[in-house]
Design a protein around this ligand. Structure first.
Ligand SMILES: [Zn+2]
Length: 127
């Protein structure tokens, strides 16, 4: 394949436009539906601002993951904590996280089909 400067410039322009647009979700742009990860970045940003409810609505996996990690750390490091099988507990939490992602994907898109955009509603919540 020969080097084509025009094609190279086109690809660079496309990449720069994508980054300047804030790296929007390609799945959402193409299909109009939310992907399983949509809202994740906004959820993290909301959490950093202390807006827990908004963060949860954007994507519940973020808060679930943090709480799960804190729980596992407490189980591991607190001497008073009841010692249980940590790998089995971590596996159950991972399965719960997967179920949460699937439910989040389904619920947000079902609401979207009914004309309600939950992520737009989340933008208005500052709690
Ligand atoms: Zn997405």
């Amino acid at each position: 394949m020969n080097y084509n400067p025009a094609m190279f410039d086109y690809i660079i322009d496309l990449a720069v436009s994508y980054i300047r647009a804030g790296c929007p979700c390609l799945f959402h742009m193409v299909t109009g539906f939310y992907c399983p990860g949509c809202g994740g970045t906004r959820s993290v940003i909301s959490l950093f601002h202390g807006h827990f409810i908004q963060s949860f609505i954007y994507h519940p996996l973020v808060i679930f993951t943090i709480l799960s990690l804190l729980y596992l750390a407490a189980k591991r490091f607190l001497p008073s904590a009841k010692k249980t099988d940590t790998p089995a507990l971590a596996s159950r939490l991972a399965i719960a996280a997967l179920v949460l992602v699937i439910l989040n994907f389904l619920i947000k898109n079902v609401f979207l089909l009914m004309g309600t955009d939950l992520l737009s509603i989340a933008e208005k919540i500052q709690a």
